[in-house]
Design a protein around this ligand. Structure first.
Ligand SMILES: [Zn+2]
Length: 679
């Protein structure tokens, strides 16, 4: 009897474990706000939607097949600037010295996050094995008290001696990756490391040590502990997230470089490093989602208005400066702080030296995603989409294995000096980055592309939200448990026609909230072939509330004419210049597309030009090009003079072909411009 009773207990435990796993299976979000009180919708799990081909489907597949595996290979080399090698040394598995950048561990964890994210859909056992293998090494590398950061453990630098050592950046990415790994696999091996680390951090930071107030140089740790709170339900981690937000700027020695001069709740202006800023704001948005503290939200809204009204490129990039100073306008505190990889002054948006680190662009999208989750306002989705199609995608080559660190809007000839970490061509993944090269951006791209389908949808009581369009399928449950399944068929972003077919629908009424992008004019909606009366306001969500049945089809038509854009006149560099957009895509001129003998700087575009929109299936993996008759002014004899007379010779006509900005520099080193002088 006794043994039978034990077996029953074991079986009950096993059933409970399976039930727990099944419970987890429904919670594979990247940012899990399903229990957060101050959000407008919940995000969806990594396995609740998938691209089914099309623009993003091809990129998701490439991420699985090419980007993630080749990145792992190069990150295993001891000579890459972000390398798993350091973790093996710290684990005592091999003898060696620390190599690479201080923030390399964090970039390794980002790779695990990318792998876990694709594993949610492809269930590749080899990927699962690789993750377990490296997680075992990480667990061994972790100090007995929970600390882990190999640039400190393997050197004589000492813990918490210099904020530039990036300890919390590394740790933050560990926490996030561990949460996603746990959600996707149901395993606790990485989560246990994360809890031990976060418990250690609580002991260090809960006493609010003044000398460590600004230690989160690049605060991925706030998002990390917030997500750990959501994973475990342990409130001490949320408290720690709040502490990190509050400590920054609380001491007089803070610099604008990492947003530590002014406490976030009082901040009026976006200043300093564009990645650290957006990571801070992401973390604060995560805290707000749980606490609803109005002063945090107000600060985030002020900062968003500042960024989008005068500090963001048309591509969604935000880091105007490679090196410079934080020129505060509203809050004058002399002297200005020296900053790098940073926001510029208002309207200071240079094109050739526009830095736009890939991580800053991605961080801008992550922040806007969170603002969208908090508010349900489409203006945030517009920025997110702007980044994804332009300044994020420009950072990865069409083959999925070479990367830009910076994403300028103008590239001149090879004799014009480059900025640090910038390069004439994307640097390849197949050979190690040089020790000075920073490897933070490649795994950031890998994880974001792996997760992009979860940015596309949201679910709330009685409503499904579609934020991003692309061929794909959503299969989820509404709050309350009703199943909803729908399929998007579209050639977006090349074509604005989107067909949404309902597969499964709840018995009661449900609202479909479709994002109407801010760039669109005269959108049209049909339901089962009939023009619908719903109001379609650009930069808002069109709500279609009705009883649905399987087979219902909603067609959204977003016209995509070629649009000439100009800047606010205070963006001095862009005076009398235009940029060309079609749908969400920013276009550019690459010198490869110019007739022989015409230099890129001699091209003039006519404001009333007639455009041909043409699909080129064999160009740049298939793009839609824009063509028009433009003018080329003659090269003057004194073309190298700094100042010269305006030429009097008449401009001649040329056929101008523009390609999407994201696809530039895929045909060898080139010159490129987004902004073109207009006649
Ligand atoms: Zn980066």
């Amino acid at each position: 009897m006794k043994s039978n009773h034990s077996i029953t207990l074991i079986l009950t435990a096993a059933v409970l474990a399976v039930t727990a796993l099944e419970g987890l299976a429904a919670n594979k979000e990247v940012v899990n706000v399903s229990a957060s009180p101050h959000v407008k919708f919940r995000t969806i799990g990594l396995d609740e939607a998938r691209w089914t081909g099309g623009f993003w489907g091809e990129r998701w597949e490439q991420d699985c097949r090419v980007t993630i595996p080749t990145m792992k290979q190069v990150m295993e080399l001891s000579t890459n600037s972000a390398t798993f090698y350091n973790l093996h040394v710290a684990a005592g598995e091999i003898q060696g010295k620390f190599f690479g950048n201080d923030w390399g561990d964090g970039d390794c964890y980002k790779w695990i996050e990318a792998a876990a994210s694709v594993y949610a859909l492809n269930h590749d056992p080899e990927l699962d094995r690789q993750m377990d293998e490296i997680i075992a090494v990480i667990a061994k590398a972790q100090a007995p008290d929970g600390y882990i950061s190999t640039q400190i453990q393997l050197t004589d630098k000492g813990r918490w001696t210099n904020l530039n050592h990036h300890e919390l950046y590394n740790m933050g990415h560990l926490l996030t990756a561990a949460c996603i790994h746990h959600r996707v696999t149901g395993k606790n091996n990485f989560l246990n490391v994360a809890r031990k680390l976060a418990d250690y951090l609580c002991t260090v930071f809960e006493p609010l040590p003044k000398e460590l107030a600004h230690f989160c140089f690049n605060p991925s740790n706030i998002m990390g502990v917030a997500e750990l709170y959501r994973t475990t339900g342990d409130k001490k981690y949320l408290r720690l997230a709040e502490i990190f937000v509050t400590m920054r700027g609380s001491q007089p020695d803070g610099s604008d470089q990492q947003q530590a001069k002014v406490p976030l709740r009082e901040e009026m202006e976006a200043v300093g490093h564009a990645v650290t800023a957006a990571y801070l704001w992401c973390g604060a948005a995560d805290v707000y989602a749980e606490t609803g503290e109005q002063s945090l939200f107000d600060a985030l809204e002020r900062l968003w208005n500042d960024v989008t009204s005068c500090k963001m490129y048309i591509t969604g990039g935000t880091a105007a400066l490679h090196h410079g100073e934080s020129q505060r306008v509203r809050l004058k505190r002399w002297p200005f702080d020296s900053v790098h990889e940073a926001f510029g002054a208002p309207y200071q948006l240079p094109n050739r030296t526009g830095y736009n680190e890939t991580c800053a662009n991605i961080a801008n999208a992550m922040w806007n995603w969170r603002m969208l989750v908090l508010t349900g306002e489409a203006k945030y989705a517009d920025v997110m989409e702007r980044v994804f199609y332009n300044s994020m995608l420009s950072a990865i080559g069409l083959e999925g294995k070479d990367y830009f660190y910076s994403n300028p809007l103008r590239r001149c000839g090879e004799d014009v000096p480059l900025l640090n970490n910038d390069s004439l061509a994307r640097w390849p993944n197949t050979t190690p980055a040089s020790p000075v090269h920073c490897f933070c951006c490649p795994p950031n791209l890998a994880r974001t592309i792996a997760q992009l389908h979860t940015y596309a949808y949201g679910v709330s009581v009685g409503a499904v939200w579609i934020h991003l369009y692309g061929a794909g399928r959503l299969d989820t449950q509404l709050t309350g448990g009703d199943s909803i399944q729908l399929t998007q068929t579209t050639d977006y972003p090349w074509d604005g026609k989107i067909s949404i077919r309902i597969g499964k629908a709840p018995a009661k009424e449900m609202a479909l909230r479709l994002r109407i992008p801010g760039w669109v004019e005269q959108p049209m909606l049909k339901i089962n072939g009939q023009v619908a009366g719903e109001k379609l306001q650009p930069a808002s969500y069109a709500e279609i509330r009705r009883g649905w049945k399987a087979g219902d089809v909603v067609e959204l038509q977003l016209p995509m004419p070629v649009i000439l854009m100009e800047s606010h006149p205070l963006v001095e560099e862009n005076r009398n210049q235009v940029a060309v957009m079609r749908g969400p895509l920013v276009y550019c001129l690459e010198d490869k597309d110019l007739p022989q003998g015409v230099a890129i700087e001699n091209v003039r575009i006519e404001r009333d030009a007639k455009w041909q929109v043409r699909r080129e299936a064999n160009l740049l993996h298939g793009v839609t090009v824009l063509e028009t008759q433009a003018r080329a002014v003659s090269q003057t004899k004194d073309a190298n003079a700094l100042y010269r007379r305006v030429p009097t010779a008449k401009a001649h006509s040329i056929l101008l072909r523009l390609i999407p900005y994201y696809a530039w520099c895929n045909r060898g080193v080139s010159e490129m411009t987004v902004w073109l002088p207009a006649l």
